[in-house]
Design a protein around this ligand. Structure first.
Ligand SMILES: [Zn+2]
Ligand SMILES: [Zn+2]
Length: 641
């Protein structure tokens, strides 16, 4: 038999390897085969992306070794598209669909995932709006796919629609993916899928051991587990014939990967659905303006169990006692007396977010980063961006004054004040300091679920999709925290956080919501207090249309960093001169970990040519950048600015 030649990408991280290589392959190899091979003298894995008609002329080709895995073809096309769209390399993108054990940065997971809080084994009866949504999804599944926004308040029954959409896919010989922002924060969703589908569900997350991960992938590839649940990387699950991709809590930033390839799992889900003729379902109580504007909407309406709780705004300009104002203390007292639970959101860790000298006005700052140091319960100052810590000392290092003020409050201070003022309530803290080790997060959530009278204190983690019973009070201690961020999404994020937290209250019995703020007239606060999602999104879209922000234009961001302030600014200045589109900047950013940083933002109708042009300019500047220790990253559709 004549030898066969295939185009193969060796899986190497180097940016220099950006084309496929020709190898001689045995007959059992097909597009999507993962093979072992030798590349530049080293043993590697490679992915077959296509075949060549004729034997290559004038070069000697090597043979591949064993076939170690087989991936569905659409995944190969998906990876090559991703590399192009996000300006990465094909090999790095193929590594996402043919992963070896590695912990994706920012994907923090450690589910308890199998004895998780249970669910019903039988399908629930659907409401009229759930039925209408499911009928539309099923019709799309039978006619080549589509993308939908499933909009409904917390408790309106989105999960049941996902589950029955998965059933519809299975009934038609298709498979399904359910994405959640973080597995550890979604035990109920996972529990309900397991209760309904049993061992047909595979769970992919980064806390799996290498052996467990191999087992789960084998169950997926063999067809034994046609439903995959996981965080963002599960969008690359090696399922064949995908019919449905559900993206739960679609507004959550965790869907964006912040290291190369900087993909957004939501954008990838739409692309994969298109390649497979599948239906993508984006669900949220607080959708992104992007989804509200672009997607066909399936409305579930309000809560199945009754109306959403009333929201009271506490004006901190008039009420004393921050972080615990008199109205908030009164509500906590009522919970302590009659039993039940409260959730307090304060999106700042530590005891005091800043230490400030009353004499000279100096704020204690990190020597490596341009940010204030935060006092923690261990009585040390910590930087939240690098590992720097120091003693607070008793006097100001700038002027020697002993008049030091602790400004503001963090979650640890709130915990102390609650211990003092409402000792009857058990305190459970949920933030990055309290749940560092695997299992601690699940344990904290279980403790809260089982408690008789307790208060859950924490950062935005407490507002994620938990469904706890008997929550009589949900309160935002400081609604202003996020509004001051210099990010065009600051208002969107604040609105989402407030509305999501409000949704945690009163799911099974009447509940209340309290929002403490110095800006009671701010748009996101006013609309969140009325649960008015359409009004907020309509106004937000109007503002973005005027300013040319997403979804009306795409953003491409370049962040440069270097040991001196001048290098990054100069590099970005050169790039700005070479790009014709609407350019903002370059502007300096906060110094982090000792590196000076700056960013350039371009607004464009088509991000790919701009990203490609910037990549060209960066390649030309590479020698000078190396000399000056300057590095740069390009981010297409960035999230946090
Ligand atoms: Zn001073
Ligand atoms: Zn620092």
């Amino acid at each position: 038999m004549a030898p066969r030649y295939a185009s193969v990408y060796p899986l190497v991280a180097s940016r220099a390897v950006a084309r496929p290589f020709t190898y001689e392959v045995p007959p059992e190899v097909s597009k999507g085969s993962v093979v072992s091979l030798r590349f530049h003298g080293a043993r590697r894995r490679g992915v077959v992306v296509g075949f060549e008609e004729a034997a290559p002329v004038g070069i000697k080709t090597a043979q591949v070794g064993d076939v170690v895995d087989a991936l569905p073809e659409p995944l190969i096309d998906l990876a090559l598209w991703l590399a192009d769209y996000y300006g990465s390399t094909p090999a790095r993108a193929l590594e996402l669909v043919a992963p070896l054990k590695r912990k994706a940065r920012g994907e923090r997971e450690s589910p308890a995932a199998r004895d998780a809080l249970g669910g019903e084994a039988e399908p629930a009866a659907l409401s009229d709006s759930q039925r209408a949504a499911l009928d539309r999804i099923t019709a799309a599944l039978e006619s080549g796919g589509g993308t939908f926004l499933l909009h409904g308040a917390t408790g309106s029954g989105k999960t049941e629609v996902y589950i029955q959409a998965c059933t519809a896919a299975l009934d038609r010989g298709r498979t399904a993916i359910v994405l959640v922002p973080e597995i550890a924060l979604a035990p109920q969703t996972v529990g309900r899928l397991r209760a309904r589908f049993g061992d047909q569900v595979a769970i992919l997350h980064s806390a799996l051991t290498e052996a467990e991960r191999r087992d789960e992938r084998a169950r997926i590839a063999s067809g034994a587990a046609p439903i995959v649940v996981g965080a963002r990387s599960a969008v690359f699950a090696p399922l064949a014939r995908v019919g449905v991709i559900c993206v739960d809590e679609e507004h959550d930033q965790a869907y964006k990967q912040e290291s190369d390839p900087r993909y957004d799992a939501r954008t990838v889900a739409v692309k994969r659905a298109a390649l497979e003729g599948a239906v993508a379902i984006f669900g949220s109580a607080t959708p992104r303006p992007e989804s509200w504007e672009r997607l066909e909407r399936l409305e579930l309406g309000g809560r199945l169990a009754g109306p959403l709780p009333p929201v009271r705004i506490v004006d901190l300009r008039r009420e004393k006692g921050y972080p615990l104002s008199a109205p908030l203390l009164a509500e906590l007292g009522a919970v302590a007396e009659s039993g039940g639970k409260a959730i307090l959101l304060l999106n700042r860790r530590g005891v005091a977010p800043a230490i400030h000298c009353r004499s000279c006005g100096t704020t204690r700052r990190c020597p490596n980063c341009d940010v204030a140091l935060v006092l923690h319960a261990d009585d040390r100052l910590h930087c939240h961006h690098c590992s720097w810590t120091e003693q607070p000392g008793s006097s100001c290092p700038a002027c020697g004054s002993g008049e030091l003020a602790r400004i503001g409050a963090g979650t640890q201070k709130l915990e102390r004040e609650l211990a003092e003022k409402v000792p009857e309530l058990e305190r459970i803290r949920l933030d990055a300091d309290a749940v560092r080790r695997p299992g601690e997060l699940a344990a904290a959530l279980r403790r809260f679920a089982d408690a008789d009278r307790a208060v859950l204190i924490g950062t935005q983690m407490v507002a994620k999709g938990h469904h706890f019973g008997r929550v009589a009070l949900a309160a935002v201690v400081d609604a202003d925290t996020g509004l001051s961020f210099p990010d065009f999404r600051a208002e969107e994020r604040t609105f989402q956080l407030l509305t999501q937290l409000a949704g945690r209250s009163g799911r099974d019995a009447p509940g209340k919501v309290l929002v403490q703020t110095f800006q009671p007239d701010a748009r996101p606060i006013v609309h969140a207090a009325r649960h008015d999602v359409p009004r907020f999104l309509t106004e937000e879209l109007e503002r973005r249309r005027e300013l040319g922000y997403p979804p009306f234009r795409h953003l491409v961001r370049v962040v440069a960093s270097g040991p001196e302030a001048a290098g990054p600014m100069q590099l970005l200045g050169e790039i700005a001169a070479g790009v014709v589109d609407d350019v903002l900047g370059p502007a300096p950013l906060l110094r982090l970990r000792g590196r000076h940083r700056a960013q350039l933002l371009t607004k464009t109708a088509s991000p790919r040519p701009i990203a490609a042009r910037i990549a060209q300019l960066l390649a030309a500047a590479a020698p000078a950048m190396r000399r000056e220790g300057v590095t740069a990253v390009v981010d297409v559709d960035p999230q946090g600015l």
